[in-house]
Design a protein around this ligand. Sequence first.
Ligand SMILES: C[S@@+](CC[C@H](N)C(=O)[O-])C[C@H]1O[C@@H](n2cnc3c(N)ncnc32)[C@H](O)[C@@H]1O
Length: 543
Amino acid sequence: MSGAGENNERRSGQGRGGNAGGGRDGQGRSGGTRRGSRGSGGSDRRDAAGRQRHRGQGDGPRQYGTLNPSERARTADPSRAAAYEVLRAVQDDDAYANLALPAAIRRHGLDKRDAGFATELTYGALRGLGRLDAVIAMCTDRKLKQIDPNVLDALRLGTYQLLDMRVPAHAALSATVALTRDKVGAGAGGFVNAVLRRVSERETEEWDAAIVDAAKDETARLSVLTSHPEWIVRALRGALTTHGREAAELPELLEADNAAPVVNLVALPGLGDIEALEEAGAVRSELVPGALLAEAGGDPARLPGVDAGAARVQDAGSQLVARALAGAELPAGDRDVAWLDMCAGPGGKAALLGALAAERGAHLEANEVAQHRAKLVVEGMRAVEQDAWHVEVGDGRRYGKEAPGFFDRIMLDAPCSGLGALRRRPEARWRKQPSDIPALSALQEELLLAGLDALRPGGVLAYVTCSPHPAETLAVVEAVLHRRKDVRLLDTGAAVDSAALPATVAATRPADATIGSDTGSSVQLFPHAHGTDAMFMALLTRD
Ligand SMILES: C[S@@+](CC[C@H](N)C(=O)[O-])C[C@H]1O[C@@H](n2cnc3c(N)ncnc32)[C@H](O)[C@@H]1O
């Protein structure tokens, strides 16, 4: 967001015909966003979960508008209206915030600065829902379930501004009351005003201490403080320890899910122009060749090569696993022409694998079960030489019977819970259920068995998930190794190290986990450790 660091706070109630609060455009921002701070200046400190806390305006009394609620604005300001509409669409229509928000920004004609404010507010409130609700629940006698969902969403937005954004209290209150009056009705405005006043009576750190005090155990404490459902906290703790890391890293991992990820780009090998992307402000990744970090706040669609498909947005972890598969030594035989991406949609890894296949004289078959996602694969590969790839639509499980022993390299990026990409999908953590996992594990195992049947003896298959959940990662590989005595786990850690940039290998060497083999290893990346999505990869071969 532009204007970080400047202080636009105006005196409360000052001459506003419209929205309360300051800022050149009536957002009430004092520039930038922060966690645990209201006002400028003050010292920083870390909280129990290791979060950086910026001490706010200190011990002085909070400032409020002098107007009483009935005299305040009745019209929502466009940025908050956009954020509110996205929250409503997520709750009511199962919308995805990353699709609904750009549409809301366009609908309200927000400029760059307002779009930045709306984005921080929307994503922050969606990610932080659990913690915000815990605070709201302490400020009203009503049970949250009894509050009109429209009003509850307005309260979440107001509470997020009070606790976690650089918005003066009077502005957060007045603007949220105006939003509520506009979107819900005048009566609801009074209730929202009363609840938010209570929220604003304590500093962020005090609220965090209060919700932690109310938590029954460590899992509940981390759950409420970092806004993750308890089952996900448990799953991620299990993921850390199962993949050879320390349980003590859990708060850091949970916090990494709450940080807005830097947009990563891939310059497709032989097609993307890395220098042109650098000139446009992107910075080379230290983790993977050909990967770049986009400049904050820019529009990736405008970067050189993106329009033509030669460069695209792709997490560095995804790039790393695709490159590790392409670069892995084939355990036997030298035929290396038939590559398969079994579950390719929307096509990020297929585009990179296709470009690598084109350079190596191989051919990539990219398969996807959903027609609309297969179309995205075709679009994503438009820059890659036509002869080097084609797209198929169908269930990946058919390959075992249809193409036994045919492929030299197979990418199986299996459908999964996506628990490794929570930072990208702010609403996802509240939509997933633990009951989703067994069906996913069963499908993953079937796909893996089919992929192994389609692999030629001595070929290499990458089993990949964007989830670190042990039931979707090691347990699936273990089950298959148990059933298939002709299958071996390869040294995935070594393959990932060779695909990563040499200067960073030592720093990024992921935890190994051996599964029923002395030499084999799998790799689990984590956002807090590697700055990537939590991708899992196991390379397998068969006799
Ligand atoms: C994790 S995503 C793949 C992401 C992709 N590799 C990329 O990098 O963009 C999994 C994909 O598998 C597809 N899928 C689900 N079940 C499938 C099946 N039985 N056969 C093939 N594809 C399937 C989903 O529609 C989804 O597009």
